[in-house]
Design a protein around this ligand. Structure first.
Ligand code: HEC
Length: 600
């Protein structure tokens, strides 16, 4: 019997409790790595970071956080809460390995090539593997009585599948219409929206309800409530549509949906709080679960404010809000919720080490959320940046890898109950060094293979861009004149005062909300010195063709990464832009004492 089951999967122990331990290690390992990449991103705003590309680091961070950590901890929570027999758990062996390998593949390829042949292949592999998970988990769910927890988990799996439809659409859209097309953007938003608001949130809630139900708290969730919750998750996608196409209808749909959602969530959160007091929980678990509930309430409330279209627009033009919201769901609801359960179930032991880990993690979470939402609001109020914002954000974020480091140490070295899961008498015994060595060896081996595979892959993708139909300008060195209709500008000898005055009138009206005339950054860079660092053609293209510039011009992209806000398109004519340029030249002559250095 034993020999046969080992043969089923030569890479994993047949003991389900060991398997669970390995699963947790990989999940927290990816979480730790994601936090290091997150910290790296924040350091970009403080120091010059050589070699590394901000965008690639961003993609690595988000993929590892969502598909490494989020996916593994949620599926793991489901597998080990639902499976009753050992052989049910073993059926997830290959799927688990596939999920880990695809996440490792993304980890090895995204930092080097960003979105490229190798990274996209691993991301696709991950999608396919998630279907396997959905299939196997649905089998487990169908053998259960349809309680609130089970129904929520089923909904979560449904949204996981729905989210991936956006990714399948992306291929044809990018090939036919190009990466900059609205539909391409909307497909990515589709994936993110249903992952976060459907799969992650409902999955975490489902597991919490399931635990409460099994601890004796029963809650009847009316069918109509389930329908309006699912409906609101689908309809709130309208917000993403308003970004690309600000139609009144889309705003109205979103407005209606967020209000319905608030009602649906209030109902569930009330039930959770009732259960919270009826069920026996460890003190640290209470703290973690309360954080998850509060995050959920804040998420629903924040979305509810979006009934006002003017606020709905701000929600996505100010990047800090977007990042704050993403973290609220992933760190607040998902991480705190499932971690609480994992401690309560003794999957992670409650020790001094793990407690300090949770405290640091919570601290980093609260500090960075306050900074993100605070700074976002300052920008909304046109008050500019708080002093040393980026430094504080960086320091607060240092708590993440430190906290996760302690949690990883806890999970790696904790005593594990090694015994058949069906055996009620669970014996505790320290994990042998041999098993540890074995799993470390395996990890190193897989990583090695992936890194070599990736080295070859990068070359391959480089040649494929050459032969693809992409315009040659994309691969060529950046054009200092930028991208757009303006190919050359005749600056003349002096400064045309009346032209500059006309420019000043436009700047006063349309630009000073975000740009100051000195060298200090507000939302965008200060205008002082701009004619010394950029060519006149670049400046005019930036003003008249900002959307394309932000998508394709490396200099503009770098600015976007620093400022985290997209400069809006203001529909200015070339003549308007020429006036503004003249005004900027005069401004530089007066303030910087030098103008047009970029063309000298
Ligand atoms: C909502 C805020 C906002 C408004 C309004 C705005 N900008 Fe910008 N601008 C930005 C941001 C932010 C950047 C940096 C690039 C990015 O993140 O999009 C930027 C970058 C620029 C740059 C490049 C600066 C550099 O140092 O290279 C120029 C030039 C510029 N803006 C001109 C203008 C002009 C002219 C107007 C008014 C017609 C204007 N902007 C209105 C936010 C704004």
């Amino acid at each position: 019997m034993k020999a046969q089951s080992t043969k089923l999967n030569p890479f994993l122990p047949s003991d389900p409790l060991k398997f669970r331990w390995i699963w947790l290690n990989w999940a927290f390992g990816f979480f730790f790595i994601a936090s290091v990449f997150g910290l790296l991103m924040r350091s970009f705003h403080i120091w010059e970071i050589p070699v590394l590309e901000y965008r690639n680091i961003l993609h690595t961070h988000s993929h590892i956080a969502m598909l490494g950590w989020g996916f593994l901890i949620l599926t793991g929570g489901m597998v080990f809460s639902l499976a009753k027999a050992e052989n049910e758990i073993r059926k997830f062996g290959w799927l688990f390995i596939g999920a880990v390998v695809s996440a490792l593949g993304m980890l090895a390829s995204f930092p080097v090539q960003g979105y490229g042949a190798v990274s996209i292949s691993f991301a696709t592999l991950h999608v396919l593997i998630s279907y396997g998970f959905v299939y196997r988990l649905l089998i487990l769910l169908n053998s259960e009585k349809s309680t609130t927890g089970i129904r929520l988990l089923r909904l979560a799996l449904g949204f996981l599948v729905i989210s991936t439809l956006g990714l399948w659409a992306l291929g044809p859209i990018n090939a036919q219409l190009g990466k900059m097309h609205e539909l391409s953007f909307m497909s990515i938003q589709w994936f993110l929206h249903f992952q976060l608001n459907g799969w992650f949130v409902l999955g975490a809630l489902g597991l919490i309800f399931l635990h409460f139900e099994r601890s004796g708290y029963q809650f009847h969730w009316p069918k109509y409530q389930e329908i309006i919750l699912a409906g609101s998750v689908i309809l709130t996608y309208a917000l993403a549509v308003t970004w690309a196409e600000p139609s009144p209808l889309a705003f109205q749909i979103n407005g209606l949906a967020v209000l319905i959602q608030l009602v649906a969530y209030s109902f569930l959160i009330l039930a959770l709080f009732r259960g919270f007091w009826k069920v026996d929980l460890l003190p640290i678990v209470r703290i973690l679960l309360i954080s998850a509930f509060v995050s959920l309430l804040l998420k629903a409330a924040l979305q509810a404010i979006l009934v006002f279209p003017s606020i709905a627009v701000i929600s996505y033009t100010i990047r800090m809000y977007v990042i704050g919201f993403l973290h609220l769901v992933l760190l607040g609801v998902l991480t705190m919720g499932i971690s609480g359960l994992a401690v309560q179930k003794n999957w992670i032991e409650d020790t001094v080490i793990s407690r300090s880990g949770w405290a640091l993690l919570l601290g980093g979470f609260v500090i960075s959320e306050l900074l993100l939402f605070g700074q976002g609001t300052l920008i909304w109020l046109k008050l500019g940046f708080m002093e040393d914002y980026h430094l504080y954000l960086f320091l607060g974020s240092c708590l993440f890898p430190i906290g996760l480091g302690s949690l990883l140490i806890q999970v790696l070295f904790q005593k594990i109950p090694f015994q058949n899961i069906s055996n009620p008498k669970i014996k505790f015994q320290k994990i042998t060094t041999q098993t540890m060595k074995k799993s470390l060896l395996w990890s190193a081996g897989i990583l090695g293979i992936l890194l070599t595979a990736c080295g070859g892959g990068t070359e391959q993708s480089a040649t494929s861009t050459e032969t693809s139909s992409a315009p040659a300008t994309e691969a060529a060195a950046p054009d200092p004149k930028g991208i757009g209709e303006i190919k050359s500008v005749d600056l003349g000898t002096g400064i045309d005062a009346s032209l500059a005055d006309a420019g000043k009138a436009i700047v006063d009206m349309k630009c000073t909300a975000c740009h100051q005339l000195n060298d200090k950054r507000l939302v965008g860079p200060g205008f002082q010195g701009v004619t010394n660092r950029r060519r006149p053609e670049w400046i005019m293209n930036m003003i008249t063709n900002v959307d394309v510039m932000l998508e394709q011009d490396p200099t503009a992209q770098k600015l976007l990464e620093e400022c985290l806000t997209r400069m809006p398109n203001q529909n200015l004519s070339q003549a308007d832009a020429r006036g503004i340029l003249e005004f900027m030249r005069r401004n530089d002559e007066e303030k910087a004492g030098e103008r047009d250095a970029a063309v000298k």
